[in-house]
Design a protein. Structure first.
Length: 232
């Protein structure tokens, strides 16, 4: 699991006035990509002293003693020995260390939240960062925007030694995926499980139970529910 980084620890306290030291990690975004260096199995991030003076940064969290910042400005020029990669490319090509993989996903989650909430969704006014907590505040209408978790449930439908796989409709993708569905806070996981299977494939199932938790992607997940031996 991508979150299994023991003995490393991630600290996500909100420290808005923290400034980077020369050895601190800087996350740089360009569109939907992150600046990454190193080699497969030994990925690295740029450090503060890799950049010239004047780089505006925002503290995100810490991994053990390493503090992680994000460059406020997008489209930072690529440093020698580095390149921009999507999360999928990082996961498939770089792979390790696992703790840095977790850093990439967690940093991306927060960076997207900052970037997507630059303006208030209620009154369209420009927001600013709270000084007290990790939140964006609209000075016009008072709207407070917190990082949002959008849970999803991954489902494994088992029949003997086989598992049901799906393909996305209307997407140019060769990969297959297990069944999954977004969580509706007004319904239980098991109700959503039945509903999600009956809508696309009308498949009766039985013996449903919780299996594991796997926060693998940018959206946090509730867990995995698998069903053994679909009902005839």
């Amino acid at each position: 699991m991508i979150q299994d980084i023991f003995p490393h620890r991630l600290f996500n306290e909100f420290l808005p006035k923290t400034q980077p030291n020369p050895s601190d990690i800087i996350i740089c975004l360009q569109g939907n990509t992150i600046m990454i260096g190193g080699s497969p199995g030994n990925m690295i991030f740029p450090k503060r002293d890799d950049f010239s003076v004047g780089l505006e940064c925002r503290y995100l969290f810490s991994l053990d003693e390493s503090r992680i910042f994000i460059a406020v400005k997008d489209e930072i020029d690529t440093l020698p020995g580095f390149c921009y990669m999507s999360l999928k490319e990082i996961r498939q090509k770089m792979k390790k260390p696992l703790s840095y993989m977790y850093v990439a996903y967690t940093a991306w989650h927060l960076a997207e939240w900052y970037r997507d909430n630059h303006f208030c969704g209620r009154c369209e006014n420009e927001t600013h960062i709270s000084e007290k907590e990790r939140a964006m505040i609209c000075p016009k209408c008072g709207n407070i925007i917190y990082p949002r978790i959008v849970p999803a449930v991954i489902v494994g439908v088992i029949n003997g030694d086989k598992i049901l796989m799906t393909k996305y409709a209307n997407r140019n993708l060769d990969e297959v995926a297990s069944c999954k569905f977004a969580h509706d806070k007004s319904s239980s996981n098991f109700f959503l499980f039945f509903r999600s299977l009956r809508q696309p494939i009308i498949l009766p199932v039985k013996e449903i139970f919780h299996y594991a938790i796997s926060p693998k992607y940018t959206l946090s997940t509730l867990g995995m529910v698998k069903s053994q031996n679909p009902a005839p």
